[in-house]
Design a protein around this ligand. Structure first.
Ligand SMILES: [Zn+2]
Ligand SMILES: [Zn+2]
Length: 156
C-alpha cells in the first residue's frame, strides 16, 4: 500500500486513512498463508518532526492450516497499530510504501498455536480420519476381543 504524505510537510499536520490493502500470500515459517480478501486500514498519520506516526487498526482475515487436523480455517485478525516511520527512511513523500510495515505487523499477530478450535480432536494416528467429523474404529480393533467384551460390560 502506498500513501501520499506530500501535504504533511508541516509539523503536526495529519491525515485520516481509510483504505483497503491488498496482500498477496504472506510467508510465515516457510509456509504460505492465504489472504482471502483485502485488509482494511483505518486511522491517521501525522507529522511529528523527525518521524511520521501512524495510528490505527488493521483488520482482515487469514487462512491457516490447523496444526492438529490439517484442515484450513479462517481467522479474523485485528491489529492496533502505532508505528513510527523515520523521516530519513522516506525518499519520496508522494509515494510512501507501507506494505512492508503492515505485513510485519500481521506476522507478529499470528498466534503460535494454530488450531481450528481449542478442542480440535485432530487426526487418528492409525487411519488418518479427522476425528472432528467422525470417530473411527481404530482403538477398538487394537483391543483384545475379550477385553472389548469386558469394556462393553462396564460401559453398560
Ligand atoms: Zn483442527
Ligand atoms: Zn482411525
Amino acid at each position: 500500500m502506498r500513501i501520499d504524505l506530500s501535504n504533511l510537510k508541516e509539523l503536526g499536520s495529519y491525515k485520516e486513512i481509510n483504505e483497503t490493502v491488498e496482500f498477496e500470500e504472506i510467508s510465515f515459517r516457510q509456509r504460505e498463508i492465504e489472504v482471502p480478501g483485502p485488509f482494511l486500514l483505518s486511522g491517521n498519520i501525522y507529522n511529528a518532526g523527525k518521524e511520521f506516526i501512524l495510528n490505527g487498526t488493521l483488520e482482515g482475515k487469514l487462512i491457516f492450516e490447523c496444526s492438529r487436523c490439517l484442515e484450513e480455517f479462517t481467522e479474523k485478525i485485528k491489529i492496533e497499530l502505532e508505528e513510527e516511520i523515520p523521516r530519513e527512511e522516506i525518499n519520496n513523500l508522494e509515494n510512501v510504501d507501507l506494505t512492508h510495515l503492515l505485513k510485519e505487523n500481521i506476522l507478529l499477530s499470528i498466534p503460535i498455536k494454530l488450531l481450528c478450535s481449542e478442542d480440535c480432536k485432530g487426526l487418528c494416528p492409525v487411519c488418518g480420519q479427522n476425528l472432528n467429523y467422525e470417530q473411527c474404529d481404530c482403538k477398538k480393533e487394537n483391543v483384545d476381543p475379550r477385553l472389548a467384551k469386558l469394556k462393553d460390560y462396564f460401559e453398560k
